[in-house]
Ligand binder design. Structure first.
Ligand code: FES
Length: 148
């Protein structure tokens, strides 16, 4: 972990935002443990509180261990109006987890997020970096099969 954070800090050459560093650390470690937050704070010369505030503000950053595949379902108004709650219920039922939880085999984590830029295809969700739109329960079940 320490080496990973050190490598990210070196790559950013201390000349960047807390958010950019945290995004890169999370990409490598799948989440932001306390040790990483402390190390980033020290490396950027800011307080642990400042780093922690950023780490907990953005829905795409997580201080808890995430699964191999992170499902983020959009909850912003256009998706809400197109019944994103049905999509949430489908994923919850298919995976046996609720929002903010990770499956026992660490294969999936489920989160809600704000707009992911696919409003014209509402309701929409992301799995890792891939966006899926015009979702229906049937479509979601098929998509999840690809990741199981
Ligand atoms: S509101 Fe859901 S993708 Fe924009």
């Amino acid at each position: 972990m320490e080496k990973v954070v050190e490598e990210v800090l070196n790559r950013h050459n201390n000349n960047t935002s807390i958010l950019s560093v945290l995004k890169d650390v999370q990409e490598k470690c799948r989440y932001l443990p306390e040790e990483a937050i402390s190390q980033v704070a020290e490396g950027l010369g800011v307080s642990i509180n400042e780093v922690y505030e950023v780490a907990t503000f953005y829905s795409f950053l997580s201080t808890g261990l995430l699964g191999e595949n992170v499902i983020r379902i959009c909850k912003s108004t256009p998706c809400f109006l197109k019944s994103c709650d049905v999509i949430v219920e489908t994923v919850e039922k298919e995976l046996g987890i609720g929002i903010g939880q990770t499956t026992e085999d660490n294969k999936f984590s489920l989160q809600l997020t704000n707009c992911i830029g696919a409003c014209d295809k509402a309701p929409a969700m992301m799995i890792n970096d891939k966006i899926y739109g015009n979702l229906t329960s049937e479509k979601v079940i098929e998509i999840l099969k690809e990741y199981k």
